[in-house]
Structure formats: C-alpha cells, structure tokens
Design a binder for this molecule. Sequence first.
Ligand code: MF3
Ligand code: CO
Length: 247
Amino acid sequence: MITIKSSGEIELMRKANLIVRDTLDMLRDKIKVGMTTKQLDRLAHDYIVKQNAIPSFLGYSGYPASVCISINEEVVHGIPSERIIKEGDLVSIDCGSIYKGYNGDAARTFLMEGADEEKVQLAKVTEQSFFEGMKVLKAGARLGDLGHAIQSYAESFGYGVVRAMVGHGIGRDMHEDPEVPNYGVAGRGLRLKAGMTIAVEPMINAGTYDVEMLSDGWTIVTKDNRPSAHYENTVLITEDGVEILSL
Ligand code: MF3
Ligand code: CO
C-alpha cells in the first residue's frame, strides 16, 4: 500500500531525517584513517539516541548495528566490525532513525585521503545521479522517469547501475511501497502523487552491475570486485517538485 502523508506526518519525517542528516555530517567530521568501522557505528548510535530517536537499522531483520558501512567493492549492508579504515578507502555509510514513529533514511559516500581518481569520480557521479533524478521528480512524474534519469547519467560514465537492490517508499515503516529502482524507462511505471515520501538511493558500480552476498548474510559486494558508491536521501513529492528531507 502506498501512503500519502499528512502535514503532521511530514513534520515528524522532517525531524527524523534531519537527525539522520546530522548524524552523517557528524560522521563526516569524525571519520579518519585508522578508526574501526565499529567506532563509527558507536558514534552514530549514541548521537541518534541523544536526539531522542531510535537507530532504525539496529535489530531490523536481525541486523546487528546502527549503520551500514560498506568499503570499496562492498555495495551496501556492510556490518561494522574491527575492520580498520585505510588510506584510499571509499566508505559508504547508510543511516536510519525513527522519531515519534516516523522514519528517516539517508546514505553518503566518503573518500579517505589517497583515494584514486576512479573512486573520486565514482563517488561524485553517484551523488550527481541522485540530483539528476531530482530534476524530473514532481507530482505526476512516473517512477520510470526517475530511474531513467539516474541510469542514463550513471551509464554515460560507463558505470553499472545496481539492479538487485532499489529505493523504497518510507514513512511509519522504513521500507514501504513502492519499490524505487535506479533504472527504468521514461514514461513507464507508477505515477507519483504529492504527499508520497520515497527514499531514492542510487548504488553505482565502477564496473558491471552484478553483485553477490557475502557469507555473513548481509554484505553485498560487486562481482567484479571493482568499487561501488551509494548516495541516498528521503524525499517528499510536491506539486511542483520535491522537498529533500534529509539534506
Ligand atoms: N537503509 C537501507 C535502505 O536504504 C536498509 C538498511 S538494512 C538494515 O534501504 F538492515 F541495515 F537496516
Ligand atoms: Co533506503
């Protein structure tokens, strides 16, 4: 079921998403070569709780941490651990919070000093692909218009747009209908309405779009072992465009 949010619900989603945004901004300041991913997870957890919100990932389908941290060839859902962040790493962090029953969800990709040109461009293009999608979004636009805008931009750089995972509606639940692919055909798919809230989250691979899951049951990696980047915001569809709630 696709829900249209009331102005009261939207206000709570603004708050949940600003907490997520601020958590990611805090992590951008704190992340350093030599830290473990678990240290970052702890910082995020404590920050979210301090804002009177709930870290939504913790315990979600049994997920054991408050953020997902995916490094280099890891696409999404990397589990924080004793792994040390190294020079040249590309680090994607995905974060969610629940505030008074409503969800926020966003992701950013950070580059450690010494990251090569391939990673620098991949992170930049992944972020820009999200904004290419925003250019076509408004009430009456179709999900295929959004997917096509993201896909055509990313593919113009020779990159692979991940197919196996997609964005999603969001609200009381982190994952609501509809599914929001980062690929598609313009003019096709669901017609969006004002008051819908969706998480748009391009996952873009330097090489091919094929991915596989590691034996931990969570971590998704590229099949060709080349790097992958992730960028996500929760957005509200309006009559004439979007309001990006987590920016
Ligand atoms: N936030 C992710 C998404 O964008 C999902 C995280 S899965 C979890 O859909 F298990 F870590 F919560
Ligand atoms: Co999401």
